[in-house]
Write a protein that binds this ligand. Structure first.
Ligand code: ADP
Length: 253
């Protein structure tokens, strides 16, 4: 009996290893694609300039601007890859601060309301939770999560766009934050992929490279370092609702 259980465990471990090896392979091949594409494009532009094909100053300027955009994208990708590797290793240092959930939501609102308004949309905050409920967070890192969620919401918004940031109590002893938008949403088939490294929806592939496709993968690492969870609420059928669950700090010990 013992033996069967052992064998079962070995089989399970083997399967886990196979899956993580597979995802490493996929990540590597995605990284090489995402590095190679802009590099060859930049090289192509530079060759043409060196060959003297691009003669007018305006044309040269256009070429240089394209090169800069590609390089900025590469820079962003390298930064995000480094950040992700750092979060995954034990080296990532977190600076913990206790803050109430309601003041966190208010801070998020204060910080991003003008960005959202400038993009032509509205940002609302809702909290139906006692303002004594406290969570322990790394302020900068959790801010990075919300910055990513809000910038995604802005990016996939149509006209008359609205984003709601909210917090509520969830069992047991956790705060559920939501960033809900009424934009284009994500196709159900794509939902399981959005937290994957370098995954970008087809509509965002091939743009200037401003978005590395690592945003939600980084967000997931950060939230998990808070002993929390992040997911997409699939029961909402308008736009996209990202949920972030963070444990509550109990004051009695
Ligand atoms: P990136 O922002 O670089 O594309 P992310 O990891 O932040 O990478 O997001 C991955 C993908 O998830 C996006 O490319 C997009 O297809 C989808 N996505 C994320 N947030 C939203 C949203 N609020 N509305 C619609 N699609 C979204």
């Amino acid at each position: 009996e013992m033996c069967i259980r052992d064998r079962h465990m070995v089989a399970q471990k083997t399967e886990q290893l196979r899956q993580s090896e597979e995802s490493r392979q996929r990540l590597l091949s995605n990284i090489s694609h995402d590095l190679r594409t802009p590099v060859s494009s930049v090289l192509g532009h530079v060759e043409l300039m060196l060959e003297g094909v691009v003669d007018s100053p305006e044309q040269q300027r256009t070429y240089l601007q394209r090169i800069r955009a590609k390089m900025l994208g590469l820079n962003r990708l390298m930064h995000d890859l480094f950040e992700l590797a750092n979060l995954e290793s034990a080296n990532a240092r977190f600076i913990w601060t206790d803050i109430t959930a309601t003041s966190w939501i208010d801070d998020v609102w204060q910080k991003y309301v003008s960005d959202v308004n400038n993009a032509g949309f509205r940002l609302e905050q809702q909290s139906n939770i006692s303002d004594t409920i406290t969570i322990r967070v790394d302020l900068d890192r959790l801010d990075q999560v919300f910055a990513n969620l809000i910038s995604n919401a802005i990016r996939f918004m149509g006209s008359d766009g609205k984003i709601i940031v909210s917090c509520e109590l969830a069992n047991p002893a956790q705060v559920l934050f939501k960033v809900a938008d009424n934009g284009s949403g994500i196709a159900p088939a794509d939902i399981p992929k959005v937290f994957d490294r370098l995954y970008r929806g087809s509509h965002s592939r091939g743009n200037s490279g401003e978005h590395s496709g690592l945003g939600l993968a980084i967000a997931k690492e950060i939230v998990e370092a808070h002993q929390g969870k992040i997911w997409i609420d699939e029961t909402v059928n308008c736009g996209c609702t990202l949920c972030v669950l963070i444990p509550i700090i109990t004051t009695d010990h």
